[in-house]
Design a protein around this ligand. Structure first.
Ligand SMILES: [Zn+2]
Length: 367
């Protein structure tokens, strides 16, 4: 929020609360997803390594236009389609050695919390209902766009294309969407419908971590509108709401072009790990600082692959030498000089990792 590097101090010493926006499970996850979740897995592991107890919540947006569309095309229920891709995602995360978060809630299990939150926002005069839809009124919230640093007029231009004339301001966004035919719905005070996209993260983060928590993460494409809207919703309902530290990871580009489905230059995690060791992908991703864009190229991943094999080969060689001594019950003294070298590496590791996670330096110095 301050756009500055600041010392990180958890609200409660030794405990860290972290929320990271999860996937919308309607297809196999791509390298961009791997990028985000590996980046936050590194953070999660490092915070734990430093002795913190970490409450790490990552959600699943298991109700969404894309899921409904895919489910209808495939003749499946929304629930079965999203469950299938949640499962596929978990397999990918295992392959990439991303630890499971402490909690992985699904929005469909938290509709009551979403309704409670929207009710509170309306009571405080920051939202209005029209024909079963509920919109957040951006003009009622002067802090809007503080996170992204945008100005309201910029958004208006972008919104004109699909302008909903019922909205008081084109930038107002949906908290609740009235049910359309053939779509799953839940009963609410505004009629049957389902949550808008942004509200779920405000509802679930508050439910699991409270109104004030330490870290909120996600890809930088989520800064606007998703996280901006989260801030607005949470604070409009409970003014004390605060995220102590926002962290956003960079994109994945392909040969210096942004990787996207429309450009047809994107890869799924499965595409890559069918060709390379999953650790090669992990190495490749963390070799770039988490806030910078990663440039995906065959050469880059090939290099990562070679370095991962070098690590495994070294471990294997060491084990081969050491096992002979172990078998014979001979203790192996560690020479002082070596010990100092290990100590130095360890100190550098701590220094780099504690300075905004300089994983590139860690890997370059040690691997
Ligand atoms: Zn989110």
């Amino acid at each position: 929020m301050t756009k500055k590097k600041e010392p990180f101090k958890p609200l409660v010493e030794g405990k860290v609360s972290m929320f990271v926006c999860g996937i919308t499970p309607y297809d196999l996850s791509h390298v961009g997803h791997a990028r985000a979740y590996v980046a936050f897995d590194v953070l999660y592991r490092y915070l734990k390594f430093l002795g913190n107890e970490v409450e790490y919540v990552r959600n699943f947006t298991d109700i969404d236009n894309k899921i409904i569309k895919r489910a209808n095309e495939a003749g499946k229920t929304v629930e079965s389609l999203s469950s299938r891709f949640i499962n596929e995602f978990s397999l990918d995360m295992d392959e990439l050695q991303c630890l499971p978060p402490t909690r992985e809630p699904r929005v469909t299990e938290h509709i009551e919390h979403v309704i409670e939150l929207i009710t509170k926002i309306m009571e405080n005069g920051h939202a209005y209902a029209i024909e079963g839809d509920v919109y957040f009124s951006v003009e009622s919230f002067p802090e809007y766009l503080q996170l992204s640093g945008r100005i309201l007029d910029q958004n208006r231009a972008g919104e004109r294309v699909a302008m909903d004339t019922r909205k008081r301001n084109p930038a107002d966004f949906a908290l609740w969407k009235s049910a359309k035919e053939g779509e799953p719905f839940w009963e609410s005070p505004w009629g049957p419908g389902r949550p808008g996209w942004h509200i779920e993260c405000s509802a679930m983060s508050a439910h699991y971590l409270g109104h004030v928590f330490d870290i909120h993460g996600g890809g930088k494409d989520l800064i606007f509108p998703h996280h901006e809207n989260e801030v607005a919703q949470s604070r409009a309902a409970y003014p004390e709401s605060e995220v102590k530290c926002w962290m956003h990871n960079g994109f994945v580009n392909k040969d210096d072009q942004k990787m996207s489905k429309s450009e047809n230059n994107f890869f799924t995690i499965r595409d890559i790990i069918s060709l390379y060791h999953p650790m090669a992908l992990r190495f490749f991703l963390i070799h770039t600082h988490y806030r910078s864009d990663v440039n995906h190229s065959d050469k880059g991943i090939e290099n990562a692959s070679q370095r991962v094999y070098y690590i495994y080969q070294t471990l294997y060689d060491c084990e081969e030498v050491l096992s002979k001594y172990r078998q014979e019950g001979i203790s192996i003294p560690v020479p002082d000089k070596k010990h100092i070298l290990v100590e130095q590496h360890h100190l550098h590791f701590l220094e780099y990792m504690s300075d905004d996670r300089k994983t590139t330096k860690v890997l370059d110095e040690n691997c």
